[in-house]
Design a protein around this ligand. Structure first.
Ligand SMILES: Cc1ncc(COP(=O)(O)OP(=O)(O)O)c(N)n1
Ligand SMILES: Cc1nc(C(=O)O)sc1CCOP(=O)(O)O
Ligand SMILES: [Mg+2]
Length: 212
């Protein structure tokens, strides 16, 4: 089963991205999504190669945001695709069965669509307002997760759900009670001055007393 905490990278330059990713790994994150939008292909490739090397060293999962061809080129562990990115079916043809393909959803209907297309997990959000992403879909809040996950149970749809969007440490306990598998976060880790403490606490909340 997939790790419960995914770090989504931030940074305006290759150096800043690498620094943030290295910090996340060094302080206990074991799943990185490289999110480096609107960049020249050469820069994205250079970053991806460096992140792959780092993630191998830290035995962490490494997926690429949006760019299926880049993920294929550097043999990443997978990719995350949104509602306006490449369809999961096409990505599966390119990447094959063994790679992780995560897909975004904001509604129950999106989940059905992405699951039917063969994704491996769902990033369901936004939980609440965040500055990290523009053009956010409607905010779900706790109630949104509760009702969507209840509908999934009713119809026996089983897939790991990751909550995303403006999540803080204080939200995690209640989010878990909605039935999510894990969380994907960016700002709280990037901006934390006490990353080790924060990541340990996030993992403790996500895994309970199980040692990871
Ligand atoms: C885990 C996870 N869930 C959702 C997203 C959002 O993807 P997308 O809608 O394609 O938006 P961008 O991240 O590409 O701006 C995600 N990246 N990761
Ligand atoms: C990349 C992304 N996708 C979202 C969605 O709702 O699909 S919210 C989001 C931003 C996540 O970063 P932070 O933890 O800083 O809010
Ligand atoms: Mg995308």
């Amino acid at each position: 089963m997939y790790n419960k905490l995914q770090y989504i990278s931030q940074g305006e330059s290759v150096e800043e991205q690498l620094y943030n990713i290295h910090q996340a790994l060094d302080n206990g994150c074991d799943w990185i999504q490289m999110r480096f939008k609107h960049q020249r292909p050469k820069k994205a490739l250079a970053l991806a190669e460096a992140v792959k090397f780092l993630c191998e060293e830290y035995l962490a999962n490494f997926i690429v945001n949006d760019d299926v061809h880049l993920a294929e080129k550097i043999n990443a562990d997978g990719v995350h695709l949104g509602l306006s990115d490449m369809e999961v079916t096409e990505a599966r043809t390119i990447l094959g069965k063994t790679k992780i393909i995560g897909a975004t959803a904001n509604t129950f209907e999106h989940i059905v669509h992405q699951v039917n297309n063969g994704c491996d997990y769902i990033g369901l959000g936004p939980f609440q307002y965040t500055k990290t992403k523009s053009n956010l879909s409607p905010i779900l809040g706790f109630e949104g997760y509760r009702s969507i996950i209840a509908k999934m149970k009713q119809l026996q749809i089983e897939i790991p759900i990751y909550a995303i969007g403006g999540i803080t440490l204080e939200d995690v306990n209640i989010l878990i009670k909605t039935g999510i598998h894990g969380i994907a976060v960016s700002s709280i880790i990037t901006k934390s001055d006490e990353k080790q403490n924060l990541i340990t606490q996030l993992n403790e909340k996500l895994y309970g007393s199980v040692i990871v």
